[in-house]
Ligand binder design. Sequence first.
Ligand SMILES: [Zn+2]
Length: 49
Amino acid sequence: MSDFVLDPVCEMRFPKMYAVAVEEYEGALLYFFTERCRKEFQARPQAYL
Ligand SMILES: [Zn+2]
């Protein structure tokens, strides 16, 4: 069963099981494909919502 999610930073779709990090932001769960994307999101979350 593949459950796809969207990385908000690089806009890549990938299976949820491959996420390196999950962040909760304002009640929503965000999945990141790379640690770099997560750091980028944490630095400027408003740019990606
Ligand atoms: Zn990404």
